[in-house]
Design a protein around this ligand. Structure first.
Ligand SMILES: [Zn+2]
Length: 347
């Protein structure tokens, strides 16, 4: 997504486990699905069918935004090569700065998916840097013109860039409209492996779990507690006077974007204007696509002391009277994230 994914260096260690999930082999490098009792499934398709039956889930395990007019599409299959996601670094300096973290994040996704694309791992994803005939990296832009597109490269290539002092971002799935730079990952300073993995989740087609229309059952989100709320509200107010209300600002994608407000990244049910979110199954607090409580968008009091946080998780979603607690950062793609990749991009 094009908005903020500002990670703080302070990341808490534990993952908030909210519901029992089956042990999903790939975490330890196992190349096939493993059932709870430790036996290996014959193949992923069988395992997935059984998982859905057992969990009462139908369909995929996470949220995406397919099928919207002009919206993203899944990366296509390239025959025997599987699903190749091509990428380039914008210029040599981007490659110098973030190649390590980006390629490590790609390797981590592949590892968690159970190894390279193939029958055993059950997925078809391959990330591939564009190189010339001499195996030298091809850059998205010419050396002397950062905004120009390298005519030798397919316009669908994911451009990866390092934007110092700016926000993180990742476009969702494949945007194919004949224009370059539609498929883009921004990595900013303070980059982390988890942040890069989250952005690659977007590239695969996953969107923010915390923006699902049913999120209020599971999390409490209060936009007035966002770090930039006061400044954002002041901008909107000075432009529109009392014609605008807080809800009118932060519940509208267009308004929130117009005033450059962080609350734009928390609009319920939308990825970008006109692209509704498609939940494929139950709410997943463990998704790598779910923002944690303590993050770049949160106030200092939240990040330092866990107080006054904009996003918290209900202790008991059946009874909000038990109050809220902090939601920790997922340390890896959740079972549902991985399941979604395998069902979207089966081998
Ligand atoms: Zn994101």
């Amino acid at each position: 997504m094009f908005f903020l994914w500002l990670l703080l260096a302070v990341l808490t260690a534990a993952v908030a486990v909210q519901e029992p999930v089956p042990h999903f082999g790939p975490f330890c490098g196992t190349r096939a699905a493993v059932y709870d009792n430790g036996t290996r499934a014959t193949n992923w398709a069988e395992y997935i069918a059984e998982y859905e039956l057992k969990s009462g889930l139908s369909g995929q395990g996470a949220v995406d935004a397919w099928e919207a007019e002009g919206g993203p599409i899944p990366w296509p299959r390239m025959g025997a090569h599987g699903v190749v996601i091509p990428y380039c670094f914008t210029q040599a300096k981007d490659r110098r700065n973030v190649r390590n973290v980006v390629e490590n994040a790609m390797a981590k996704w592949i590892q968690y998916l159970g190894g390279p694309a193939g029958r055993e791992s059950g997925h078809a994803i391959r990330f591939k840097e564009r190189k010339d005939a001499h195996e030298k990296p091809m850059y998205c832009a010419p050396t002397n013109y950062r905004d120009g597109w390298n005519a030798c490269l397919d316009k669908d290539t994911v451009a990866i860039e390092y934007t110092e002092g700016k926000g993180w971002g990742g476009s969702v799935g494949l945007k194919r409209n004949g224009k370059p730079w539609q498929n883009l990952v921004h990595i900013a300073d303070g980059y982390t492996l988890l942040g890069a993995m989250h952005e690659l989740g977007h590239v695969l087609g996953l969107v923010h779990e915390h923006d699902r229309s049913d999120r209020d059952t599971y999390i409490r989100f209060q936009y007035t507690k966002l770090a930039d709320w006061d400044a954002c509200w002041a901008r909107a107010r000075s432009a529109e006077g009392d014609r605008i209300t807080p809800d009118g600002l932060c519940k509208s994608m267009y308004r929130a974007l117009a005033y450059d407000c962080t609350c734009a990244t928390f609009i319920k049910n939308f990825v970008e204007p006109g692209w509704p979110i498609k939940p494929r199954s139950g709410y997943d607090l463990n998704s790598i696509m779910h923002y944690p409580s303590q993050n770049g968008y949160a106030k200092q009091a939240c990040n330092e002391r866990g107080e006054d946080c904009a996003l918290k998780v209900w202790v008991d979603w059946n009874n909000h009277g038990f109050g809220t607690t902090l939601l920790n950062q997922a340390r890896r793609p959740s079972e549902m994230d991985l399941l979604w990749v395998k069902t979207t991009y089966p081998f």
